[in-house]
Design a protein around this ligand. Structure first.
Ligand code: 8GP
Length: 828
């Protein structure tokens, strides 16, 4: 007779972790999932079948994680972000499931090359750059560290545009990343939620006799959740990323359809689906205004509803919401969540205002990612009131109460009160989302020490004066799993051989490499790894872009969005100056360090000057690259469509990392950290996280140059005249004159005139002021690079001292200082 036990936990199926087990599962997926046999299967069939097989292996941990969470109801982090720039999923899933060797062998037995299938994966580019990639690193760390968390965002049908070059000019193509199917997502149409827009607010008498207000939306859409696994490394939790896709509440109007007006019949559907159609390809300026606000409200409304109605157990007392959740606002994009939670509590749950505000205030924390004033979102009251009338009322009330509080503290300082108002009056009445976030959040953080200081001193100074304890810093970090372990297997193996593999989850252990910087044999092997990485990217660039580079040159790399403040032009002026000197015989070619100048950069499609700069880089590149005298000495490599996948091969090959933004403009940077951890030395300004990189690696291992933030402020106050630098600096003049002469544009002087005249007359980010300092620093780079052994020693020290820049450390800082959550391992 079967024993009846008290344990009612249903069993979870597990998979056999062997080559045979995997092979069986894979063939089953191929035959019964894809419906093809091996001989007829396309690469895509095999990729999809393999991806699904791999994900099966993570499923037990995922289910286990969800079950534990449901039992324990531990406090979670909901990371609200309009962007998650995930990169390819397969390698990470193989690493997390510890299947790498098994899969390679199993596929090889079937005559399939794993690498060919890896190449078939289209990366989900659901982010623009740093902010979106940071979100992806953070969720990786949270899972690895067993922290209960959920990422909430948008499942854009088209991610960041595909960049192509036509005659050197950027041309954007839509990123149809779902075209061949997406094996990593789990759609749940049955769990769709409804989100309202527009309409009006009305007053009514509730059952309890109280007069209340409620929103009557004019139209609504459905949000369909798509779940993605976020697998932690080495048996960690498998957390969830939930991205929302917009659907029409009614697919089409049958009557209109039957009458033959097909376009009109599906109008509502098209309109609704536009909300999650495309990621805004902007990196710093809000645009496409109305649709963008729709996107923001859409995903936060879905997410809050999901958390309250689905994730929390039925009947949960929302007064205790702060014990269960903290919503981390990734920049201002999700800040409309604040009035939304108030609306849910006051209008839907019938709470008193004060009661709701007391709870709401404990549920949010806000991260700011910028210092550029134009990047701080403001929504015109006219637009917000039209799209979200009830939210506007709620924002007004939050503001009224906030201003009343301020007037008590500062009775004779109406100017200050107005400065701090959530509502700006000029140039149009508008809601300042950063202020709303600051008022509502328990904590406000910047993303590097200098940035957090400047937030306190400049951008949000009145608020920091009022709430000094609210402001804090969490320096960004990057995941060592993706950006070292996976992207640089050569270095990973070398490091593991030297200090064991604990560094993968405890990056501070890299300090164990420090003594090896003085070990000649270790340095030799370290160089060998770098050289192999250079050969790897050389092959990739040849195959992917038809670009020829030479692996025995110095790889000098600048990869990031194209923006004036990041100053790609500064690097370009250095290249042009070098070229000018070599071609006019001022310096001998033999005296020039052979270099490959690599760029990777997308410009926002509407950012005209940035696109002209791209064109100029390409023009200079094609002139230099086609000069036979320079062959093997100077090369410019500008592969199109820089993305996470390319970063993963390019960064490990770099010798020199270019981090040359104008001091006080780059909030943090995260590329700078990836380069350091892969053994590149940095040439950089005193900006963002460069400050911390330099402190950790030591002055002697970092090529610092340029004005400091206070010097920039002073120069700008005095009146900055770029032409003065042109007139007094001969090298600079020759470089600019050469560009202006049409030397890079077939004699046509008009093509690059806007770039040159912008630099001469405006130069908002002081490239000309820092030119000489930059060139001098590059001379120090050349000198240092000439001493191969010493360069390698410094490169090793960069790796050894980079442990601080793990996103695991960032997460620890958020947990200790902001979230106050605790780890819950899946099987605990
Ligand atoms: C970036 C910052 O520019 C960069 O310094 C920082 O490292 C990164 O965020 C992560 O904190 N900001 C953005 O990417 C950004 O503002 N993107 C806009 C699309 C919102």
């Amino acid at each position: 007779m079967a024993l009846v036990t008290a344990d009612t936990t249903p069993p979870i199926a597990t998979r056999e972790h062997t080559v045979d087990g995997f092979t069986r599962e894979f063939l089953r997926e191929l035959n019964f999932g894809q419906g093809v046999d091996l001989t007829r299967a396309s690469v895509n069939d095999k990729y999809l079948a393999m991806a699904r097989t791999v994900r099966h292996y993570l499923m037990t941990r995922w289910i286990e994680t969800l079950r534990r969470q449901a039992e324990l109801q531990a406090k979670s982090v909901a990371y609200l972000s309009a962007e998650f720039l995930l990169g390819r999923q397969l390698d990470n899933a193989l690493l997390a499931s510890d299947l790498q060797d098994i899969v390679r062998e199993g596929l090889a037995n079937l005559g399939i090359d794993l690498d060919e299938l890896r190449e078939a994966e289209v990366e989900p580019g659901l982010g623009n750059g740093g902010l979106g990639r940071l979100a992806a690193c953070f969720i990786d760390s949270l899972a690895t560290m067993n922290v209960p968390s959920i990422g909430y965002g948008i499942r854009y049908e088209y991610g960041i545009f595909q960049q192509t070059f036509v005659d050197g000019r950027q041309v954007e193509k839509p990123d149809d990343w779902l075209r061949l199917g997406s094996p990593w997502e789990f759609p749940h149409p049955e769990a769709a939620v409804t989100v309202g827009f527009g309409g009006h607010v009305e007053q009514y008498q509730a059952d309890d006799g109280v007069v209340r207000r409620r929103w009557v939306p004019g139209w609504s859409v459905l949000g369909v959740p798509y779940n993605y696994m976020v697998p932690g490394y080495a048996k960690g939790r498998v957390n969830t990323l939930r991205l929302w896709s917009a659907r029409a509440t009614h697919a089409f109007d049958l009557q209109i359809f039957n009458s033959g007006d097909y376009a009109e019949a599906v109008r509502a559907q098209t309109f609704a689906e536009n909300i999650s159609k495309v990621l805004y390809p902007e990196d710093s300026t809000p645009q496409g205004k109305e649709l963008r606000l729709q996107q923001q409200y859409f995903f936060v409304a879905c997410s809050i509803k999901d958390f309250v109605d689905q994730v929390l157990p039925e009947g949960y007392d929302l007064h205790r919401l702060p014990e269960r959740i903290v919503f981390q606002l990734n920049d201002t994009h999700p800040v409309i969540a604040v009035p939304e939670l108030m609306r849910v509590l006051v209008d839907e749950k019938g709470w008193e205002w004060d009661e709701a505000w007391a709870v709401t205030k404990q549920c949010f924390a806000y991260t700011c990612h910028t210092l550029l004033p134009e990047a701080l979102e403001v929504w015109p009251v006219e637009l917000l009131g039209r799209l979200l009338p009830r939210h506007l009322e709620i924002i007004y009330r939050i503001n009224d109460e906030f201003l009343a509080e301020l007037r008590e503290t500062y009775p004779n300082d109406e100017l200050r009160v107005r400065r701090m108002s959530i509502i700006a009056e000029y140039p149009v009445r508008a809601v300042r989302m950063a202020y709303l976030a600051t008022v509502a959040a328990t904590k406000v953080n910047g993303v590097a020490e200098l940035h957090s200081q400047l937030l306190r001193d400049k951008v949000l100074d009145d608020f920091a004066g009022y709430w000094p304890d609210k402001f804090t810093n969490v320096t960004n970090g990057v995941t060592p799993r993706r950006f070292v372990k996976l992207s640089n297997p050569g270095l990973s193996d070398l490091v593991t051989e030297a200090i064991g593999d604990g560094w993968v989850t405890d990056l501070d252990q890299l300090s164990g490499l420090e003594p090896l910087a003085d070990d000649a044999e270790f340095r030799r092997r370290f160089r060998e790894v770098k050289q192999a990485n250079k050969r790897r990217i050389t092959d990739v660039l040849a195959a992917r872009d038809g670009i020829e580079v030479h692996p025995d040159t110095m790889f000098d790399v600048m990869v990031k969005r194209l923006h004036e403040y990041k100053r790609q032009t500064l690097k370009l002026l250095h290249i042009v100056s070098l070229y000018e000197k070599v071609t006019t015989g001022k310096i001998r070619l033999e005296d020039v360090t052979p270099r490959t100048f690599a760029f990777g950069a997308k410009a926002a499609p509407g950012y005209v000057l940035a696109k002209q700069i791209i064109h100029l880089i390409n023009a200079v590149g094609s002139t230099i690259n086609s000069d036979p005298a320079l062959e093997g000495r100077l090369t410019v490599a500008f592969p199109a469509n820089y993305n996470v996948t390319l970063a993963e091969t390019l960064i490990p090959a770099a010798d020199l990392s270019e981090q040359i933004s104008l001091a006080g403009k780059e909030a943090s940077g995260t590329g700078n950290m990836k380069f350091m951890l892969n053994g590149a030395l940095t040439i950089g300004t005193d900006d963002g996280a460069n400050v911390e990189i330099r402190r950790l690696v030591g002055d002697e291992n970092f090529f610092l140059f340029g004005l400091t933030e206070p010097q920039v402020a002073e120069l700008v106050d005095r009146g900055y005249h770029p032409s003065a630098y042109y007139e007094t600096n001969e090298d600079l003049r020759h470089a600019l004159d050469l560009i202006a002469s049409g030397a890079f544009s077939g004699g046509d002087r008009a093509v690059f005139e806007p770039v040159v005249s912008n630099l001469l007359n405006e130069d908002r980010f002081l490239a000309l002021a820092d030119f000489q300092a930059y060139v001098d620093a590059q001379a120090r780079v050349d000198e240092a690079y000439a001493d191969t052994e010493d360069w390698t020693r410094r490169a090793v020290l960069n790796v050894a001292r980079g442990g601080f820049f793990s996103s695991d450390r960032s997460m620890r800082d958020y947990i200790d200082g902001i979230w106050h959550t605790h780890p819950v391992p899946p099987g605990s």
